[in-house]
Unconditional design. Structure first.
Length: 319
């Protein structure tokens, strides 16, 4: 494999003359002075979502009613897709598809589509590599190579939708989502916007190994989405051995942040009081056992092993 240079945050490392931005990166369009609240801009996005095979050449530009300057900016500076599927692996049962996706600068990330009875879930990556260094995680051994842009995150949903209509999104792929907070926030907002992908916030789960300040920020900014916390150990001492980041984020503070997310968005009287009591008992050291993943969402806080917690959290908000 070619040894590719690291990114500077979310910027591709080797900006060639053919580099363009992703049309799914709302913040980047705004940097070009485009008002993304315009009805015509959202009509344009919705058309591209509903017509996955459309290209700049086949897009009915006149029907979009975009201001002429906006159309020119898009054509000159943006690609419909900046990422490419270079490998696809389907499980023998046909219920799981793993995608290897190549970015413009040659770096690659993984995306997984999981088919369930009546709906499908996509597990997306948020970074190339990860700086958290968890002992059990292959991505953690890479160190941090760079952040994905919001557009590169949204494009994973676009690729997945072409395979199976997606209802749930879980941020449990490569990287620590809350270490790329700005782009994850933009991507989630794009996914749940009723004028765009129109996913239910309760069908989106952001997983973290524990970044307390960003967990609380997520509660304030995107309180209706699910928050999943990967504990992997029943107490602080054990967690320190397998999750180096635990030194900076004590388990009691993590539990306080989960508690805050539940109470802030459900109200203790409205939520499941047994689930809230569980979080507090774990925080206070009253529970011993195997590592768990806590998935906290509006009206839900479940424990499970591995990525299934995101699916459980998303399903808990269904209805």
């Amino acid at each position: 494999m070619v040894d590719l240079p690291k990114r500077k945050k979310d910027r591709p490392a080797n900006l060639s003359s053919g580099f363009k931005y992703s049309i799914w990166d709302e913040g980047q369009l705004q940097e070009f002075g485009i008002n993304t609240r315009l009805k015509s801009v959202n009509t344009f996005w919705k058309y591209c979502i509903n017509h996955p095979d459309v290209t700049w050449d086949t897009l009915p530009w006149l029907k979009m009613n975009l201001p002429r300057d906006v159309e020119t900016i898009i054509k000159d500076n943006f690609h419909m897709l900046t990422t490419t599927i270079v490998q696809r692996e389907d499980s023998k049962r046909g219920d799981t598809t793993k995608l290897l996706i190549e970015l413009q600068d040659g770096h690659r990330v993984e995306t997984v589509v999981m088919r369930h009875k009546g709906h499908s879930t996509v597990c997306v990556s948020s970074q190339i590599g990860c700086k958290m260094g968890c002992k059990f995680c292959a991505t953690g051994t890479l160190g941090i190579i760079g952040d994905l842009s919001a557009g590169e995150i949204v494009e994973q949903l676009k690729h997945a939708n072409a395979i199976s209509p997606i209802r749930n999104v879980v941020f449990m792929g490569m990287g620590e989502p809350l270490n790329n907070y700005k782009n994850v926030k933009y991507a989630v907002q794009f996914m749940i916007d009723n004028r765009r992908f129109s996913l239910s916030p309760r069908h989106v789960t952001v997983s973290t190994v524990g970044v307390v300040s960003a967990m609380r920020k997520l509660t304030e900014d995107l309180g209706n989405v699910n928050l999943a916390l990967s504990l992997h150990a029943p107490n602080q001492n054990v967690r320190l051995k397998i999750v180096p980041a635990a030194a900076a984020h004590h388990i009691t503070k993590l539990m306080d942040a989960v508690d805050y997310h539940i109470v802030k968005n459900t109200g203790e009287g409205m939520g499941n009081s047994e689930e809230i009591d569980f979080v507090r008992d774990l925080r206070d050291g009253n529970i011993d056992g195997l590592g768990a993943e806590i998935a906290a969402g509006p009206g839900s806080c479940s424990t499970s092993a591995g990525a299934s917690a995101g699916e459980e959290a998303a399903d808990a908000g269904a209805g």
